[in-house]
Write a protein that binds this ligand. Sequence first.
Ligand code: SAH
Length: 254
Amino acid sequence: MTGRLTVVGLGPGDDRYLTREASDALEAADALYGYGPYLDRVPAQAAQTRHASDNREEGARAETALRQAAQGASVALVSGGDPGVFAMAASVCEAIETGPEAWRALHIAIIPGITAMLAVAARAGAPLGHDFCALSLSDNLKPWEMIERRLDAAASAGFVIAFYNPVSRARPWQLAKALALLARHLPDRTPVIFGRAVGRADESLTVTPLASAHEVAADMATLIIVGSRETRLIVCEGQAPLVYTPRAVEGAMA
Ligand code: SAH
């Protein structure tokens, strides 16, 4: 009997953001693994075991899930947003690459989910209408100097930039530094979007010019999108402004 490991993206919030493919995979699993608050989003099923772990234990969690799958079980490993974006799918691949040969015979499937960047962008308008990139501001897995180099390169190349993991208790100063660095490339009026807990009951969205972005509070549940020179606001009466990046670069189509 060959086991199965499915890495399931839950989307950014409650089950309205769960795809049908993801909920079918969750239902079919013998065992569920994941960070506790993510597992709490999945409805309980009598015949299914649950294994909650801490947020920082991705590698160990992937290995434990693979070990159980190798015994013939159908295991689902859950991830917030999309499992391929700064999340568990890469941890599973790493574990398979370095683990026992037998793990390569398992059925592995990755089920996509709506990543935070897309959920926040949709709330704000269409900030990702032209070229963009995504960066994790966490320097747990790469040196801070590399993040600075990438920020410089991305801003000078004209990308809209999404920041995942902007702040944590252990990383209090990095976001202000990153914003200051971008201010060297971009006009003060550049729109910056802060989306917090998007798709959840306590969701909030703030749009501010780059010049005052450092005044906005952000935490681990916040995703930030910094516009490019092209990104602009449309003021809409009685409603939040629409933030968008035109699909064509000005002058390019002449
Ligand atoms: N795999 C996840 C990202 C994991 S990294 C995904 O695809 O969304 C964790 C970071 O994602 C957080 O620090 C935050 O920047 C962002 N994030 C996750 N869920 C979010 C939500 N509901 N609203 C805003 N940002 C979120």
